[in-house]
Design a protein around this ligand. Structure first.
Ligand code: PGA
Length: 251
């Protein structure tokens, strides 16, 4: 089995101003010593240029929270993957449940974004996850399978060699209600097996992050699970000490 390096990605969502992100980043950068996990920060897009400068020379990589599926043109308000690439972004979150629920992104659109990111040599972080009612009606696996299969069909299984998957149960996002390590592991294993149906080797190397109320107190137990390879962190990534503690959690 491949040794997969832990990846911790911060999703700041629509939070922060220049006045708050500068000291936040400074504290994170000051606390980096000894951290072995790979770290990524995804700020709001207007701050990507600022972070590209502030993170230069550190081990922290830069990511984006969203991207257009199109390359360029008359699409007011959109940001293309070519533009993100210009600012040294290495990762882009696609298909976050907030984008799916609030901005109507369907599986097909998410798959197109996934491809747009890879076309510009960046790594997509593909989010999948079920709603509370879907879990309660025992359709978690069906939902995750549908979300994954849409991308496998359009991008091909080989595309997952350069991708990250984030399992984020929607009922656990921003609610303080984390999936138990066992609940998360069960779905992570399901995701890996779903990929393995197409290609064992790809399934073995792809990193699957858990997201949904990860905090300084629960990261370690989650990251100990065999198929959990790190986390996608919302709320806790806005507090330097908490984010650093999560990044220090190892297998
Ligand atoms: P949360 O958000 O850590 O605040 O639950 C996670 C996410 O939405 O990526």
């Amino acid at each position: 089995m491949t040794e997969r390096q832990i990846l911790v990605a911060a999703n700041w969502k629509m939070n922060g101003t220049l006045e708050t992100i500068r000291p936040l980043l400074q504290s994170v950068i000051q606390g980096l010593e000894g951290i072995k996990s790979e770290m990524v920060i995804c700020p709001p897009s207007v701050y990507i240029s600022e972070l590209a400068t502030l993170l230069d020379g550190t081990q922290i990589k830069l990511g984006a929270q969203n991207v257009s599926h199109l390359e360029k043109g008359a699409y007011t308000g959109e940001v293309s993957s070519l533009m993100l690439k210009d600012f040294a972004c290495q990762y882009v979150i696609v298909g976050h449940s907030e984008r799916r629920a609030l901005y109507g992104e369907n599986d097909r659109r998410v798959a197109e974004k996934f491809i747009a990111v890879q076309t510009n040599a960046m790594t997509p972080i593909l989010c999948v996850g079920e709603l509370l009612e879907e879990r309660e009606s025992n359709s978690t696996e069906e939902v995750i399978a549908r979300q994954l299969d849409a991308v496998i069909e359009l991008a091909g299984i080989a595309a997952f060699k350069n991708a990250v998957i984030a399992y984020e149960p929607v009922w656990a996002i921003g609610t303080g209600k984390t999936a138990t390590p066992e609940q998360a592991q069960e779905v992570h294993e399901f995701i890996r097996l779903r990929l393995a149906r197409h290609d064992n080797q790809t399934a073995d190397i792809v990193r699957i992050l858990y997201g949904g109320s990860v905090n300084a107190g629960n990261a370690e137990q989650l990251f100990e699970m065999a198929d959990i390879d790190g986390g996608l962190i919302g709320g806790a990534s806005l507090v330097a000490e908490d984010f650093l503690t999560i990044c220090r959690a190892m297998r």
